[in-house]
Design a protein around this ligand. Structure first.
Ligand SMILES: Nc1ncnc2c1ncn2[C@@H]1O[C@H](COP(=O)(O)OP(=O)(O)OP(=O)(O)O)[C@@H](O)[C@H]1O
Ligand SMILES: [Mg+2]
Length: 154
């Protein structure tokens, strides 16, 4: 893994482009609203792109038709924090502590039907932690979820 300055604007644009097809097929709108003053993060550009793509993919995959996804970022405690917020089904509290484990899926039957392996979020966690950051999630069933990750400043 590289340790380089990461331009989150460029990474977010690329991640959104990679998810466009899935999003368009469900009329999902993805908004990127990074502040102009956002400092660069330190990490591996390809890894950050993979992390963000995974989170946006999930939001598009588990969200309903015409859901919205917002990618935001800010500085917090001297770090750069990126959030992906969706208006999807949300996740019950009891699942949240295990969500980033390998193969953990909230609804195994339904998730299997939708394809995928249950590895996405474990990869997200591994990559972010390898770059010295942390992952987190907040969710309200029936309202949506916010996934976040932090990275050191460049
Ligand atoms: N934005 C979200 N809204 C609702 N549920 C989610 C969301 N993101 C993840 N989940 C739940 O968390 C589980 C784990 O997600 P993860 O990305 O690790 O695996 P996956 O999407 O099932 O498979 P893969 O990412 O390997 O294709 C999913 O199966 C799904 O139940
Ligand atoms: Mg996934």
């Amino acid at each position: 893994m590289k340790s380089e300055p990461v331009d989150l604007d460029a990474v977010a644009a690329q991640a959104v482009a990679l998810c466009r097809e899935r999003a368009e097929s469900k009329r999902i709108r993805i908004t990127v609203s990074l502040p102009e003053t956002l400092p660069k993060a330190r990490g591996d550009t390809t890894a950050v792109e993979r992390v963000l793509t995974n989170l946006i993919e999930n939001a598009a995959k588990y969200g309903p038709e015409a859901a919205t996804i917002v990618v935001d970022a800010g500085e917090r405690d001297g770090r750069v924090e990126v959030t992906v917020t969706d208006s999807g089904p949300g996740i019950e509290q009891r699942h949240l502590s295990r969500l980033f484990e390998r193969f953990y899926r909230v609804d195994p039957g339904r998730s299997r039907e939708m394809g995928g392996t249950g590895l996405g979020l474990s990869i997200v966690k591994n990559l972010v932690e390898a770059m010295g950051g942390e992952v987190g999630v907040e969710s309200t069933p029936g309202k949506g979820s916010t996934f976040r990750f932090s990275l050191p400043r460049a």
